[in-house]
Design a protein around this ligand. Sequence first.
Ligand SMILES: [Zn+2]
Length: 208
Amino acid sequence: MTASVTTNFKGKSYSQFRDNLAPYFMVPQICGYLRYILNSMSNLPVAPNHVVSISYTLSLADGEVADFAEADAPLVFIHGIGQTLDAFDARLEGLNVGDGFSFQLPAEEGYGMHTDEWIVELPKSVFGGDDVPADLLQLGAMLPMQDQDGNPMDGEVIEIGDDTVKMDFNHPLAGEALHFTGTILAVREATAEELDHGHVHGEGGHHH
Ligand SMILES: [Zn+2]
C-alpha cells in the first residue's frame, strides 16, 4: 500500500476505508469472546481436586505488590490439595469462570505470625566450616537449607558472628495481611495422574 492509497482509497477517504475494514479488525475480539463463552460453558465452579487458572495480584497492607500473575501467564494450581494457602482455596471455592475476587487474609490465615522460634543460631560448620565461600554468608542472603527430616526451607542470614550464623526461617510474608484481587480464568477437573503427582500437567504446569 502506498501513501496515496492510504489517504485516498478508490475515491474514499481514509476514514471510510478504515471503517470498511473494521469488521476484520474485530475478528480477534470475537475469537476471544467465543473462547470465553466456551470456558463458561464448562460451567464447573471452583472446587477441590479441580485445576484452576487465575490471574491475580497479591498486595500487602502498605500497597506493595508482593506477587502477581497476568492472564497470559496465569497461576494454574490444583484446588484443595495444599498447593496454595488453605484460606485462599476456601475463598475461591464456588466461584465460576469470569468471576472476579477481592479479599484480605489476616496473617494468621496467610503465612503465620513472625516468631522467634524460627530464628536459629547455627554453627558456621553447617555451611562447610572454614571452606565457607565468602560470598555465601552475607547479611540478607536467602539460603536454601534442609531441616533434620530433609524438608527444604529457605532461611535469611540476619547476623554473622565469629563462629555462628543467625538465620531467620520465618516466611518472608510472615506477619503480613495478604490482599488478593484477581479473576477466575478456567476450571477443569484434575486428571487422576495430576492428583497422584500433586501438580498440574500441561499448560501452566509440569511437562513430563
Ligand atoms: Zn507430574
